[in-house]
Each structure stands twice: as C-alpha cells, then as structure tokens.
Design a protein around this ligand. Structure first.
Ligand code: SF4
Length: 435
C-alpha cells in the first residue's frame, strides 16, 4: 500500500518510527514535513501539538483528501484526547497512544470496533476502543529521510528514543500519561544500530530523548548510571562526542559518574527542567524537586565543568507575583548558560489541562490583563512574565547579552504568540470538557 506520513514542520522521532514499522510490514512509505496533497496514498498525520488541531492548512488537507475518497488517520501525542481530534479534524480514525502495532492493522484492515487502541466516528458519535497494550520496546529501524542532516532541533538532527516512561508526575507533562511511570528501556545494541543508521543518512548531531535521559536502564525508579554511561559512550563512538547531546535530566537524577560521562561523551551541556524558583509552585506542578535541589544540581554540574541550561514555566494558574519574583531571583543566582522560558501550556489529558479548565478566566494568568510596567504593550499577565523573564535572563548569563531592538521585538512577538496559542488551547479544552 502507498502511505504518506505527514509530520508538520519537523521529522519527529515518532513519525520516523511509525514509517519504519509500516515499511517493514511491506508498505511503500513517504515521510514529509510539508502539508501537501498526498495523491492516492493513505495519509497518516503524526501530530504532536494541540495547535495542529486548529491549523487551517492541516484541516483543509484532511478534508480535501477525504472528499477525493482518500483515507486519513491521525496519531501522535494529540491522540491523548481522541474525541477532540475527531471533533476538530474528522479523520477516518485516530490511533490512540503507542501506535506501532495498531497502525499496521489499521491501514491493512481498516476501522473496526474490535481493533484495540483506535477512535472513530460512528454516525457522528465518537467511539473509543479499549487501549492497546504498550508496544514492544524493541523495534525496527526508523524510516530516516535523506535530508535528516538539514534538520536542527535545539542543535540536534534528531532525538533518539532510548526509553519510554518517566518516574515523575509533572502536571504539565504528557510523558507519564502517554507512556506510563515505569521506565522501559531499549536494548543498547538496538539503539546503537539506529545511531549508525542516522549517521549513514547524514545526521550531524543526535540527542537523547525519552523525557529524562539519565533514567535510561533504571528499574523500579532506581537509577542505573552504568547503563546511561554505556549509552553515551557507545553513541559517542559512532557520532563523536561533539555530536552527541543528552538534554532534559531531572535535578534529582544525577550522580558524579553520570555528570562525568556527560562531559566526556557529549557536547558538555546539561538541560534541567527547573520550571520555577518557588517551592510552592513546584509543589503545585508536582515537580517532585525543590529549589534547594536545583541549586545543588547546578553547582554540581559546574564542578564537573559542564554548561547548564534551564527551562522555566511562567503563568501557571495560581502563580503569584511573589512566586514569579522568586523565579527571577533564582535565575539571577544561578547565572545559567542558557535559559528557555515558556508560558504554562495546558496539554489535553494532563492535570494542568483540568486545572486550566477549572480556573476562572479572571484568575488565570493566560487571560488576566497585565497592569504593571508593560501595560502599554497590551499583554496578559503570563505574556508579560514571559517577556520580562526572557530579558531578565539575558542580564544574568555568564556572558552579558544586550537586548537589542531586534531581540526585544522577537521576545515580544513570541510572548504574544504563546499567549494566543495557550488561550486557543484552553478554549478547545473547555469545549470538550466533561460537564
Ligand atoms: S520529569 Fe520531565 S518527563 Fe518526567 S514528568 Fe516531569 S517534565 Fe515530564
């Protein structure tokens, strides 16, 4: 069968993986990043953002393909809210959750009530079949496009999935809801075979994904530093240490040996999801870490000669001005090498989405008009905090970065875009919330 997989904007690992599964099942698969008419083939949309559900180009493509008699299936992280996907995009079916096995049967046999892990409309009413069991963690090689080397996601051509699941329970994160809280790690040889295939296709740098890198090989919540170190060493043997990165590590999942291995076998950066400088907000987020642990982890990284980046979330419902000031203080004290800020985005299926739906607009920073120093810019409170924090972080980098007009305008535009996206996502969640 001819199958086109569309992964809008970037080749995600998930789209490449599904492409490999379908290729090995004997289908002719094309993977594309650009919404375009897929001819006579089955169209598989791999969607990873709530915004995809609202994207007119995606909606039009699905409608046009179905009107021509084509078949459209949707999978990926958006499948955490299958009724929403059906309601907004009206595909033939949604592959719910881990779809590696389900998708093959779906394209070969079509929609049926007996197929586990799908959702579809029956006379306009959504039907969601019981969940499929988790997919095997051992899998075929992904379908790697020849232009993978042209892709740069935070500097990496691709993020290799080394394991699934996370021991954490952060309220804003989809990982533990989608993959569970037990960590399932892939065999090392399987991963390295894949790394070699990416290198052969021109990937310039590979990164470790899977939520929290250093949990690779862990069992029952117990870290297995040796497994993670062997992973980095083996990846570096193929790619060279300057072409491996291992972002997204929990502050409570580091050891001296792990940090040493990151310095020896990777580009030498550690990325922490710090989120807030307020213990109260960290508790609300279910982060399972304290500000003190963050400070100690950053200090320890510096002792190992590592550069440290941190990501922060502003505008979490319930975050007060005082909490926000604590985040600014923490950024000033840590002097991080790089800072990523995002406004709290309610992803359907997460506790944060439920919270956003329950929070009245006049109490939700994503909707409250900002009345402080940025008032003339017409921002909401979370937009103003994003904008302010980005500029604040630039003042406290080890190398001072001047905020030029261009940088100012970029931050402002991004603040507004995130604000708009979050309000649109919140409206969508409210539309499909159970009464
Ligand atoms: S630690 Fe990271 S991957 Fe795990 S739940 Fe929290 S944000 Fe998600």
């Amino acid at each position: 069968m001819e199958i086109t997989i569309l992964s809008p904007g970037i080749y995600t690992y998930g789209a490449m993986l599904i492409g490999g599964v379908l290729r090995d099942a004997g289908h002719r698969v094309t993977l594309t990043r650009t919404p375009a008419a897929p001819g006579d083939s089955v169209l598989l949309m791999s969607l990873f953002s709530t915004q995809h559900l609202l994207d007119p180009a995606i909606r039009d493509l699905i409608r046009a393909h179905r009107e021509r008699g084509g078949t459209v299936y949707v999978g990926g992280p958006v499948s955490a809210a299958p009724e929403m996907v059906l309601g907004e995009l009206a595909p033939d079916a949604v592959v719910v959750g881990e779809g590696e096995e389900t998708v093959v049967r779906l394209v070969e046999e079509g929609v049926s009530p007996g197929l586990l892990g799908i959702a579809y409309l029956d006379a306009g009413r959504p039907v969601v079949t019981p969940p499929a069991p988790p997919a095997p963690i051992d899998r075929p090689l992904p379908l790697i496009p020849d232009d993978i080397g042209s892709q740069s996601i935070r500097g990496a051509s691709a993020y290799i999935e080394t394991h699934r699941g996370c021991i954490g329970g952060c309220t804003f994160c989809q990982v533990p809801r989608f993959f569970g809280r037990a960590v399932r790690s892939r065999p090392l040889e399987n991963i390295i075979e894949e790394v070699k295939a990416f290198a052969a296709h021109g990937a310039t740098r590979l990164s470790v994904s899977g939520g929290t890198g250093s949990l690779y090989g862990s069992t029952n919540g117990e870290m297995n530093p040796d497994a993670f170190i062997a992973l980095l060493r083996s990846m570096a043997e193929v790619m060279g240490p300057r072409n491996v990165s291992s972002p997204d590590i929990r502050v409570d999942c580091i050891t001296d040996e792990v940090l040493d291995a990151i310095r020896r076998y990777t580009i030498g950066w550690v990325f922490f999801g710090i989120e807030s400088g307020s213990d109260r907000v960290l508790r609300m987020m279910g982060k399972g870490a304290t500000v003190r642990q963050v400070e100690e982890a950053v200090e320890r990284c510096r002792e190992h000669d590592l550069r440290v980046a941190g990501s922060f979330i502003v505008g979490y419902p319930g975050e007060t001005e005082r909490d926000y000031e604590a985040t600014k203080d923490l950024i000033a004290a840590l002097s991080l090498d790089d800072v990523f800020v995002s406004s709290a985005e309610p992803i359907p299926g997460t506790p944060l989405a439920d919270l956003a739906a329950r929070t009245p607009r006049d109490k939700n920073p994503a909707f409250i008009p900002h009345t402080g120093e940025y008032r003339p810019l017409g921002l909401t409170e979370s937009e103003a905090r994003y904008f302010d924090l980005m500029m604040h972080a630039d003042l406290f980098r080890p190398q001072l970065r001047l905020v030029t007009d261009e940088i100012y305008n970029t931050y402002l535009a991004e603040a507004r875009k995130q604000g708009q996206d979050i309000r649109a996502a919140t409206e969508l969640i409210l539309r499909y919330a159970q009464p």
